[in-house]
Design a binder for this molecule. Structure first.
Ligand SMILES: C[S@@+](CC[C@H](N)C(=O)[O-])C[C@H]1O[C@@H](n2cnc3c(N)ncnc32)[C@H](O)[C@@H]1O
Length: 312
C-alpha cells in the first residue's frame, strides 16, 4: 500500500518569508551582538514577549522561523554531522530510548499509534518500527514522523524509501508545529516521543500541552534531550568541546558554522533535568520515578510521563 505522504508544502512555503532574511542578517554578527533591526522585527508588536534563539534574544514570533532556517541549512548533512559530533554516541542513546519504551503490540494487545514530534530525518521513527517488528512481532504499529521543517522530513522520506518502509502504511511524514499538532486528534496517540527537538520549540509549555491533548489516557510522553552534565570535571571538557570544536566541525563538514553555534547555545539554554521534569508534571503528566534518567553523566537525559487515566 502506498505510504501516506502528508507533507504540506504549502504550510512551509507560507512560513518561509517570515524568517528567511532576519536569520541571514543575524549570521553576519557575533552571537553576543544583536542583529540589525529588520523589516520583520520592526513589524513585531512592541508588547510581544522575547525568547532565546541560542544566546540571542528575539521576539517569540521570529524564533520558529530562525530555527527552521537552521534545520533547512543542515538537513542534508544532519545525519553525518550527528555521528561526527557525538562520535556515534547519539545512536546508542536513541537505541536505549526506543528499547526503554518497548514499542509495539503486547501479546494479545492492539498495535500502537506512535507520534514522533520533531522527528527530523526519522531516526526515532525507524527504530520504533524495527523494534516493534523484531521484538514484538508487530507489523501493524505505525508512526507519524512530524516536524516543522519539510527539508528534514524529505531526508526522512529518502531513508524510508531506502529501508523499504515507504511501501508500507506504517510511517507517514507530516509538517506540524509541536506547539499545536493541528492535524492530530485529541486522545488518539499511545506513545508520543520527541528526541533532541524540545529545546528548539519556542513555547515549550504549549508543546507539552499539545502532547497531553493528543495522547490517550494512559498514553506515554517520552523526551530525549541534551541536559546538564552532572560531573564537574567532565562538564568543563564538554563545554570546551561544545563551543570550540562543534561550530568548527559544522564549518568544515557542513559548511555552516552559525547553525552549529546555535545548536550548542540552545543546549546551554535548556532547563535543568529537575526543571524540565517539573514542566512535564505541570502539563498534567504523572512523572515516571523522579521524572528523568541521565545518560552519559547527564550529557543527555530521558524524561517520561504518563497521561493519567482520568484525564480528558
Ligand atoms: C536536532 S533535530 C532532531 C531530529 C530527530 N528527532 C533526531 O533525534 O535526530 C531537531 C528537529 O526539531 C525540529 N523542530 C524545531 N522546532 C520545531 C517545532 N516547533 N515543531 C516541530 N518540530 C520542530 C527541527 O526542524 C528539527 O528537525
Amino acid at each position: 500500500m502506498a505510504a501516506r505522504l502528508l507533507i504540506r508544502r504549502a504550510a512551509i512555503s507560507a512560513a518561509r518569508p517570515v524568517f528567511a532574511s532576519p536569520f541571514r542578517a543575524a549570521c553576519l554578527y557575533s552571537t553576543a551582538e544583536k542583529p540589525p533591526s529588520s523589516a520583520a522585527a520592526a513589524q513585531s508588536p512592541p508588547s510581544e514577549p522575547d525568547t532565546h534563539f541560542g544566546f540571542q534574544t528575539v521576539k517569540e514570533s521570529l524564533k520558529a522561523g530562525k530555527v527552521a532556517e537552521v534545520f533547512s541549512s543542515v538537513a542534508s548533512s544532519y545525519d553525518v554531522m550527528n555521528d561526527a559530533m557525538s562520535f556515534g554516541i547519539h545512536r546508542l542513546w536513541k537505541d536505549y530510548f526506543v528499547r526503554s519504551l518497548n514499542p509495539g503490540r503486547n501479546p494479545g494487545g492492539q498495535p500502537m499509534s506512535i507520534l514522533d514530534v520533531a522527528g527530523g530525518t526519522g531516526d526515532i521513527a525507524f527504530r520504533m518500527l524495527d523494534h516493534a517488528e523484531k521484538i514484538n512481532a508487530d507489523r501493524e504499529t505505525s508512526v507519524i514522523c512530524a516536524d516543522i521543517n519539510a527539508d528534514m522530513l524529505r531526508e526522512g522520506e529518502k531513508r524510508a524509501l531506502e529501508q523499504g518502509y515507504m511501501s508500507t502504511n506504517r510511517i507517514s511524514f507530516r509538517v506540524e508545529n509541536a506547539e499545536t499538532l493541528d492535524s492530530v486528534p485529541d486522545n488518539s496517540i499511545d506513545l508520543y516521543t520527541i528526541s533532541f527537538g524540545i529545546r528548539n520549540v519556542t513555547r515549550i509549555p504549549m508543546a507539552l500541552a499539545a502532547a497531553h491533548r493528543v495522547l490517550k489516557p494512559g498514553g506515554v510522553f517520552a523526551c530525549l534531550e541534551f541536559s546538564k552534565v552532572s560531573l564537574a570535571p567532565l562538564d568543563t571538557i564538554y563545554q570546551q568541546y561544545s563551543f570550540s570544536v562543534i561550530p568548527l566541525m559544522g564549518q568544515l563538514i557542513a559548511g555552516d558554522r552559525d547553525s552549529y553555534q546555535y545548536l550548542v547555545e540552545s543546549i546551554k539554554n535548556f532547563p535543568s533535568q529537575e526543571q524540565f521534569a517539573q514542566m512535564v508534571k505541570e502539563a498534567g503528566f504523572m512523572n515516571v520515578g523522579k521524572g528523568y534518567e541521565e545518560l552519559t553523566f547527564g550529557v543527555a537525559s530521558i524524561w517520561k510521563g504518563v497521561k493519567p487515566l482520568d484525564s480528558k
